[in-house]
Design a protein around this ligand. Structure first.
Ligand SMILES: [Zn+2]
Length: 130
């Protein structure tokens, strides 16, 4: 429930992850922000426009050639959110390197509940996983 409490985005606030002076909407933060785009590029997930969020999600899932789209997308989005919160609540400068370390760490933990062949595919997709 803590997550939901912090999920609310203040209308009128600017995105802290990029220098575009863009309004921090959820679309900007997770899809259009150059910072987020770097993260999605690293995952090789591409978001296209669509009629609804589920449409956008299904298109990205279908285009994704790697394993475990859902786990990868959740870990990526969660850590984009954490980079944003790190700046807002602790003054930590957001960085792709910091995102990547946290993202791979969370994905590493996810591996414990995946079947061995899925883990092998994930490690191939993300050579940074141990
Ligand atoms: Zn931004």
């Amino acid at each position: 429930m803590m997550i939901r409490c912090h999920w609310h985005l203040d209308s009128g606030s600017e995105c802290v992850l990029c220098s575009q002076n863009s309004l921090e909407t959820s679309d900007h933060l997770f899809l259009d922000c150059p910072f987020a785009k770097c993260c999605w590029d690293f995952c090789r997930i591409s978001w296209q426009s669509g009629n609804s969020m589920s449409d956008i999600f299904m298109k990205a899932k279908n285009d994704f050639e790697g394993p475990n789209f859902l786990e990868v997308a959740i870990c990526a989005a969660w850590n984009i959110w954490k980079e944003r919160n790190g700046f807002i609540f602790e003054g930590k400068r957001p960085s792709f390197t910091s995102w990547k370390v946290k993202f791979l760490g969370d994905l590493q933990l996810t591996c414990y509940r995946l079947k061995k062949e899925k883990v092998t595919r994930l490690k191939f997709w993300f050579p940074g996983l141990i």
